[in-house]
Design a protein. Structure first.
Length: 277
């Protein structure tokens, strides 16, 4: 694993309103991305991305396959560090501190950034053990604390009523939609600040998708949520802000309603109206 952080000076230029948008009435900035570039070897995947992800709101990343939205999402908890020959330039900051600064504890960072993947990935253990797994990794063994956390997390994931009498059953016995909500419960068990969701409904049926979307609405405010989705209707339903990406560049970023009704860029208009993508 090799991550190179360039120390070359960045070109000084103003941020365009469509690229660096902060929604009014929010709770401040959770993730501050400025002039961020990323390369896999000699291949550049992200180009000069600048955006401010607002605390307590849902931000959707949309765009055609291969546009860089999942790459950007995985930068927020430095999961891309696992890719060989990675290099970056620019900044991503949390609470004013660059997550790529020397000495940053990447494990601690990932605890602040809960991750939910495209396909449900419960562990081959009980429902209970899945939920409290992050605490046990941290050395927590107090049964009362584990029990309280399990119930709190399952309630937060709208799964408690369905699972409370099945806690010792295998998590693999749950339906696909239940497994995804279990993964959300596991993600929130360690009380992160941000939930990163990489197409969390793409493997689910419409009923399970609706439950996940309702859950996102319930979690909003308690957590900052960033969701990658290829489903523009889903972005319109669940998000407060939407970022449209194309070929590794952030084309436009703003209020979701504005993005879908009166976008400022022709490329955005063409994408949301189905002319390409």
């Amino acid at each position: 694993m090799s991550v190179t952080v360039s120390d070359e000076p960045l070109a000084a230029k103003p941020f365009e309103p469509t690229a660096y948008h902060v929604r009014e009435g929010g709770q401040g900035v959770a993730l501050d991305v400025r002039n961020f570039n990323l390369w896999y070897g000699k291949s550049q995947a992200l180009f000069d991305v600048s955006m401010a992800v607002q605390k307590g709101l849902v931000t959707a990343l949309i765009g055609p396959s291969g546009c860089g939205k999942s790459t950007l999402l995985r930068c927020f908890n430095r999961m891309n560090d696992l890719v060989d020959d990675l290099s970056i330039q620019g900044e991503i900051s949390v609470d004013g501190t660059s997550i790529y600064a020397p000495g940053v504890d990447v494990i601690a960072l990932r605890k602040r950034m809960g991750m939910v993947f495209q396909k449900p990935n419960p562990f081959a253990m009980s429902i209970y053990d899945n939920v409290v797994y992050p605490l046990r990794v941290d050395g927590v063994s107090n049964r009362a604390v584990l029990d309280e956390t399990c119930e709190r997390a399952l309630r937060a994931a709208a799964l408690w009523n369905e699972a409370k009498d099945r806690l010792q059953e295998s998590a693999l016995s749950l339906s696909g939609g239940q497994q995804q909500r279990l993964c959300i419960a596991r993600a929130v068990a360690s009380d992160p600040e941000v939930l990163l969701m990489d197409e969390p409904c793409s493997a689910l049926d419409p009923i399970a998708t609706a439950k996940i979307e309702d859950l996102i609405g319930e979690l909003k405010g308690h957590y900052t949520i960033v969701i990658v989705t290829h489903n523009m209707q889903q972005a319109a339903r669940v998000s407060d802000n939407t970022a449209f990406m194309y070929l590794g560049r952030l084309i436009e970023y703003g209020h979701t309603q504005t993005m879908f009704v009166t976008p400022k860029k022709q490329q955005t208009q063409d994408y949301v109206t189905g002319r390409f993508g």
